[in-house]
Design a protein around this ligand. Structure first.
Ligand SMILES: [Zn+2]
Length: 364
């Protein structure tokens, strides 16, 4: 998909998972009027603009902006569209949130140059370069020492990839990544909120694989990204001795490996299968056992949580070096202050504006 002009009302509406009827109910405008605004046959201004902006919780100005957005080229999204049970509405919502996140992130980065510590370059997958080879090569390029990666989020951020955590409104999709071909546009990983730390790590490694290896959707891209993630997190040479001779009686051993490598037992079992340390039949037995134990939904064994920090650092740079207040920073992100706080500063402890109720003795 090439660059395309997108109607910003549509984008903001879809990001909320709303139909035109939902927006009509929330804004007080008729569905017919909204339809005309969205197709561009009715110009948006005045009171209607205010009503829509209020309903969509965004500054009025962003709704009439002509944003040219890059297509979402490399992502699990297009691949999954064919096979998955996700509804069109959910897919549209994720796509819209992805676009709006890029607009916000690029707005926040205005006047700030990210200086990566580790270089990031595309390493297209091909006949001479398998996913595992690329993963090993990237570990070398980034100077990752042998053994487990202590903080994968920090490592990925150090390469200039922006990680944003958002509620994607579904449990059917863990993340979306985009990296437009144009220079100077940052790669962004949008990750669903509420992922367990082990799942987050595998997801980020999987997305890293997409960003580095894939420029166009391909049939094998999901399994390639999984192989990349496995090799990047737990290189074959190092993990194989831990997986040799594994049986379904060895969950204690798997648990130890999980905590060491920061990788779920389910992912380690798949890794054992990929590396031919267990047979197809054993693989199925492992999965049946995981199901019986209820571990396909929630596994035991803690993995240290990891949080992204680069956007937070960008925001504090605006505050300290540019002396912007939060209203100004929110406007850079194309967001209302309330929505900006909710999405980017949820733990800042700055209270939402509230109405004061004066308590006093009633002398009447
Ligand atoms: Zn994927």
């Amino acid at each position: 998909m090439a660059e395309a002009k997108r109607n910003m009302v549509v984008l903001h509406r879809e990001a909320r998972g709303w139909t035109q009827t939902d927006l009509a109910e929330n804004s007080g405008l008729s569905q017919a009027v909204i339809s005309k605004i969205e197709t561009g046959s009715l110009e948006l201004s005045g009171e209607r603009l205010m009503d829509l902006a209020k309903a969509l919780d965004c500054p009025p100005g962003v709704l009439v902006k002509a944003e040219t957005l890059p297509g979402i080229e490399i992502t699990c999204l297009h691949h999954r569209r064919r096979a998955s049970t996700m509804t069109v509405g959910v897919m549209k919502r994720i796509e819209a949130v992805t676009h709006l996140t890029r607009i916000s992130v690029e707005g926040l980065l205005a006047g700030i140059e990210l200086v990566p510590d580790a270089g990031l370059a595309r390493m297209p997958i091909g006949d001479d370069q398998s996913a595992a080879v690329i993963a090993r090569e990237l570990r070398i390029r980034w100077g990752v020492p042998a053994g487990p990666i202590k903080n994968l989020v920090a490592l990925i951020e150090s390469a200039g990839i922006v990680i944003v955590v958002r509620d994607l409104g579904t449990t059917g999709q863990d993340a979306v990544s985009t990296w437009p071909q144009e220079s100077n546009r940052p790669p962004i990983m949008l990750v669903n909120s509420g992922l367990a730390p082990d799942r987050l790590r595998f997801t980020l490694a999987h997305e890293l694989g997409h960003l580095v290896m894939h420029t166009a959707p391909g049939e094998e891209q999901e399994s390639e990204a999984n192989i990349f993630a496995g090799e990047f997190l737990a290189p074959e040479q190092e993990i194989t001795p831990e997986l040799e001779g594994l049986t379904t009686n060895d969950f204690r051993r798997l648990l130890a490996s999980k905590q060491k490598w920061g990788m779920s037992m389910a992912a380690l079992i798949r890794r054992a299968h990929d590396l031919r340390q267990i047979t197809d039949r054993q693989y199925r037995e492992f999965y049946m056992k995981l199901g019986k134990l209820g571990w396909r939904i929630s596994e035991p064994g803690d993995v240290a949580p990891e949080d992204p920090h680069s956007i937070g650092r960008v925001i504090s740079l605006h505050q300290t070096s540019h002396h912007y207040d939060t209203a100004e920073i929110a406007s850079l992100a194309g967001m209302t202050e309330a929505s900006f706080f909710r999405h980017y500063l949820p733990d800042s402890g700055i209270p939402e504006p509230r109405t004061q109720l004066k308590l006093g003795l009633d002398h009447g």
